[in-house]
Design a protein around this ligand. Structure first.
Ligand code: PEP
Length: 252
């Protein structure tokens, strides 16, 4: 039985004060709920502060990126071991904003996936097609390329520490979410394709989140789909009440 997993991607929002307040509200509203997994992913500078708020609670901490080396002359970068040191359990990798704005390739993302897992972090790996790719009926081909590239040399037993976030690029931050059927079709394809790459048994247990304009009013139908095991939430994760309404929609 897959446990639903809802994660909040705070992107480049909040300040030290508002990050702490937001994390405190999420902790308070979530209470000791354990029927699903919940994580918040603040910007790097606020990780330590949020770590002290969520420590010992039902809320896990994640970062939004990392560099695929333990240490070294990589000015401005942050290593997986540093994230672990500061209290992170998760790291988001391959977000479409990084793929598009920082020109991250599947090969580079694959290096990060290996480095993060080696350090002991769990990975939320984002994949998704653009609107043009969907219109050209290339959704599955694009997802296939991203999965093959970013999961290269990942073994079946490593899959338990990987969550895939299917995030159609056209749905991120636009207010236009995928229909529940579009999400289900893509998730079923991802599960089947990951099964082919890493083994069908481990793919059955794979958590696949949907991301792209998830809001309190559309969460229940999206999360009600058979292969939708959670959500990666951007904008709506910046309001504790909205984020918790999405979390509650995931409790069956
Ligand atoms: C995201 O940033 O991963 C995301 C899904 O954003 P939004 O929920 O705002 O579309």
């Amino acid at each position: 039985m897959r446990k639903k997993f809802i994660a909040g991607n705070w992107k480049m929002y909040t300040s030290s004060i508002t990050a702490e307040m937001l994390a405190s509200s999420v902790v308070k509203l979530l209470g000791d709920e354990t029927r699903l997994q919940v994580a918040v992913c603040p910007p790097f500078p606020f990780l330590a502060r949020v770590a002290s708020v969520v420590k010992g609670t039902a809320v896990a901490l994640g970062a939004q990126n990392c560099y695929p080396k333990d240490e070294g002359a990589f000015t401005g970068e942050v290593s997986p071991t540093m994230l672990l040191d500061v209290g992170c359990q998760y790291v988001i990798l391959g977000h479409s904003e990084r793929r598009q704005k920082m020109a991250e390739t599947d090969a580079f993302i694959n290096e990060k996936v290996h480095a993060a897992l080696k350090a002991g972090l769990k990975v939320i790996l984002c994949i998704g097609e653009t609107l043009d790719e969907r219109k050209a009926n290339r959704t599955e081909a694009v997802l296939d390329t991203q999965l093959v590239g970013s999961l290269a040399k990942i073994a079946a037993e490593q899959l338990k520490n990987i969550t895939i976030a299917y995030e159609p690029v056209w749905a991120i931050g636009t207010g236009v979410n995928a229909t529940p059927q579009q999400a289900q079709d893509a998730h079923a394809f991802v599960r089947q394709r990951v099964g082919g790459l890493c083994g069908a048994e481990s793919a059955k247990e794979l958590i696949i989140q949907y991301g792209g304009s998830v809001k309190p009013d559309n969460a229940a139908t999206l999360l009600g789909q058979a292969d939708v095991d959670g959500a990666l939430v951007g904008g709506a994760s910046l309001k504790a009440e909205d984020f918790l309404a999405i979390v509650r929609a995931g409790i069956c």
